[in-house]
Design a protein around this ligand. Sequence first.
Ligand code: G3P
Ligand code: MG
Length: 245
Amino acid sequence: MNWPYPRIVAHRGGGKLAPENTLAAIDVGAHYGHTMIEFDVKLSKDGQIFLLHDDTLERTSNGWGVAGALAWDDLLKVDAGGWYGGAFKGEKLPLLSEVAARCRQHQMMANIEIKPTTGTGPETGRVVALAARELWQGMTAPLLSSFEIDALKAAQAAVPELPRGLLLDEWRDDWRDLTDGLACVSIHLNHRLLDKSRVSELKAAGLRILVYTVNDPQRAATLLGWGVDCICTDRIDEIGPDFSA
Ligand code: G3P
Ligand code: MG
């Protein structure tokens, strides 16, 4: 595939400079000039696609319990900004549709990480892929990724033309079988798993490589020097859109 994505990706919208996975975070990412963001999505009980990293609400909102067990009406009442700081109080959990509109406004590309609530992998993968195709019409195709192979399989079956990346937090010797089976364009790795020879091996297999979460500029430069394609970072100020090795 023609790889349209930039070298630097703002993790969870605005890295550590805003409450993660919110519209405010996307605005902060845009403010620093970023042209691509990563964010995490899951389903509400009634099938709405929204942004949240954890299964539960406690860490990044004033809500509590398993988010995916609640209907959207209840999730709408949650404050997803106040935990980070007073300036962000009242920030809502965003719907994927709102995020697509904000990406369109800022002309930003997206890496949609499918992060299903436990037990909902296939349904989440399917619904997210279908919605992403609709919502990103006329924009660069969003890159779908997931740690959950079942979610990626369902996304592949539903919308084969959307690019997919396999996320791994631990090395797997069967990476080639997995990425072949899912027809992935990329592999998204914890950067600690990589050395120069692994980068070469993955590149030789025709995969693009995204690494997370790289917050040290020196490490980012080393990884880019080895041939890594994308750095996903929380340090969106220090590792800016023009960062190069
Ligand atoms: O997609 C890259 C990265 O976001 C994966 O880890 O836990 O930050 O979603 P996590
Ligand atoms: Mg993520």
